[in-house]
Design a protein around this ligand. Structure first.
Ligand SMILES: NC(=O)c1ccc[n+]([C@@H]2O[C@H](COP(=O)([O-])OP(=O)(O)OC[C@H]3O[C@@H](n4cnc5c(N)ncnc54)[C@H](OP(=O)(O)O)[C@@H]3O)[C@@H](O)[C@H]2O)c1
Length: 317
């Protein structure tokens, strides 16, 4: 997806190297209409690179990102390995893009729920002051990688054929289901819940912000959604919140529920914007507002954000 986004955004580059694990070496990928042969990642192949995008898991980032930094390049890392490292900025360009200036050769890209959530919450915080956030997520299969997306497709086929669907990648069959787990557990919380809380606080620079969250996997291919309830410092009319969100970078307000217009994963897939709708009073809390957020987890939740970060690296150097 990074290649696609680099192409879409006409990222200025002189040379591109495609590196992967030895399993994928020799395969070809297409960039700007040309086939590029994938090579196995090794230190020598990273030499001389100005920017290296990492999207291969924490162990790979841990091993190779410091080599990129030591060689004078910048590693833009999509894994979670460096996200809470105080020496590594955790950046969502629309929210804290200036943090890119503080890098020492590695910049972390946040989790695919934390990124759109931060994009949606930041303008509300700037305008009205955030006191508390409650979130329930609806996360697509592709957020767990290609393997779960393929497993979901196979389960759809198996169900249609009257076969018993199999689950090897996830602990339960995802098709026709809604699963409030599948991540590693930290005590009573999923790893995903812990990451989103920590990362949103760090991106918004609100270390004490109260965030209650339950993360849930749903049988959707692409597009994470979240129901979000916020408590603000003062009473805010939904129309005023809508106006603030409409004026914020990276957000598209999609909010006409009477005409059945609101954010959905299917409609946000392929978009680089965070869609926000169902903006309304939450009368159950003082100064409460409810909203529904959706974003393409593979684009704004991952690749688009990483490429935007790289654009800032180029701008600031
Ligand atoms: N999916 C999302 O929504 C999302 C969002 C934000 C961040 N992320 C992060 O992005 C990273 C990748 O996630 P994904 O969803 O793209 O996973 P994925 O679909 O499972 O893909 C993993 C990729 O990493 C490659 N890889 C594995 N081991 C490698 C190694 N030792 N050296 C080089 N390449 C290696 C794999 O290549 P082979 O096929 O050759 O093994 C594969 O292309 C993870 O750290 C994840 O947390 C994902």
């Amino acid at each position: 997806m990074v290649l696609q986004v680099l192409e879409d955004r006409k990222f200025p580059l002189r040379e591109l190297r495609a590196l992967a694990s030895p399993r994928s070496a020799g395969r070809t990928v297409t960039f700007r209409g040309e086939a590029l042969t994938v090579a196995a990642v090794e230190a020598a192949r990273l030499e001389g690179c100005d920017i290296v995008f990492f999207a291969a898991g924490g162990a790979t980032s841990k091993e190779y990102a410091p080599l990129v930094a030591a060689g004078g390049g910048v590693a833009v890392d999509k894994s979670s390995f460096f996200r809470m490292d105080p020496d590594v900025p955790l950046v969502v360009p629309e929210v804290n893009g200036e943090k890119v200036r503080e890098h020492h050769g590695i910049i972390a890209n946040p989790n695919c729920v934390a990124t759109p959530l931060a994009v949606a919450l930041a303008p509300l915080h700037r305008a009205f002051g955030l006191l508390h956030v409650t979130v329930a997520t609806y996360q697509a299969a592709s957020g767990a990688g290609r393997a779960l997306r393929e497993e979901l497709e196979e389960q759809v086929r198996q169900d249609a054929a009257g076969e018993v669907p199999a689950s090897h990648v996830y602990p339960h069959v995802l098709h026709g289901n809604v699963i409030p787990g599948g991540w590693k557990m930290y005590g009573d919380d999923t790893e995903e819940e812990v990451k989103v809380v920590q990362e949103v606080r760090r991106i918004l620079d609100l270390p004490d912000l109260g965030i209650g969250i339950t993360t849930v996997r749903v049988p959707v291919a692409v597009g994470h959604a979240a129901a979000v309830w916020v408590e603000l410092e003062s009473e805010v009319e939904p129309a005023e919140a809508r106006r603030v969100l409409e004026g914020a970078a990276g957000i598209r307000v999609v909010d006409d529920p009477a005409s059945q217009v609101y954010p959905t994963p299917r409609e946000v897939a392929g978009s680089d914007e965070v869609h926000v709708g169902r903006i309304r009073h939450d009368p159950s809390r003082e100064h409460g507002l409810a909203l529904f957020v959706a974003a393409d987890n593979l684009r704004k939740g991952a690749a688009t954000n990483a490429v935007q970060v790289a654009e800032l690296v180029m701008e600031y150097r």
